[in-house]
Design a protein around this ligand. Sequence first.
Ligand code: ATP
Length: 234
Amino acid sequence: MLSVRDLTLFYGDAQALDGVGFDIGEGEIVAIVGANGAGKTSLIRAVAGMERPAGGTIRFRGADIAGWPPHRICNTGIGQVAEGRQIFPSLSVMENLQMGAMLPRARKRFRQSLDEVIALFPRLEERRDQAAGTLSGGEQQMLAIGRCLMGRPELILFDEPSLGLAPTIVADVFRIIRRLHEGGMSIVLVEQNVSASLRLSSRAYVLENGRVVAEGASAELANDPRIRQAYLGL
Ligand code: ATP
């Protein structure tokens, strides 16, 4: 479904990605693991079109989308739940959801999408007229996921969905991700909770200094002594 090859990305002179390659099959959850600064967010942002790669290809269902603007990438079916949630705090919950359905791909199916999102997150219906900035952290994360779903993605890029959330809410977020996967969604998961991300995913890639240094079945990586020491604190 998604196939990334030789991806390089610079911020000025600083190289954030150095020849990264990875693949996601239809309906797969793939985790991207790595220390702070390894390039995980840069990789997600490059796939979503938020950063312009210096080289390499990003093939999504056959088209090379590298360098396309974000709205065009979004309209092909790649959604993003960005780090820090990035909801519009002064807009209401409903207005935030409407913003998620602005592109042609999503506009015509607004009603259906809204019904699906509310079935997944009934709390958003209860708070529909409330300013999004007044929601709890967990509710804001649900709203960020709901807004992404309003765009009718077939692949979702999650960047640190559990960051800053209370443990009970973190469990809810992972449950939602699992549910989306069971419904057929393809998912890329960047998550500082490495053990949870390896449990949720079928395969994983380990990034170091902008390069893929290991990849494989998540269950195997979770048992690899180097991974256990470096990322699982074991
Ligand atoms: P974290 O978990 O801390 O978010 P990460 O693995 O997501 O780390 P990136 O945020 O992709 O890593 O950063 C990769 C490298 O690029 C780091 O050295 C970082 O300092 C640098 N970097 C990231 N964003 C920028 C930017 N906007 N301008 C300059 N350098 C950047």
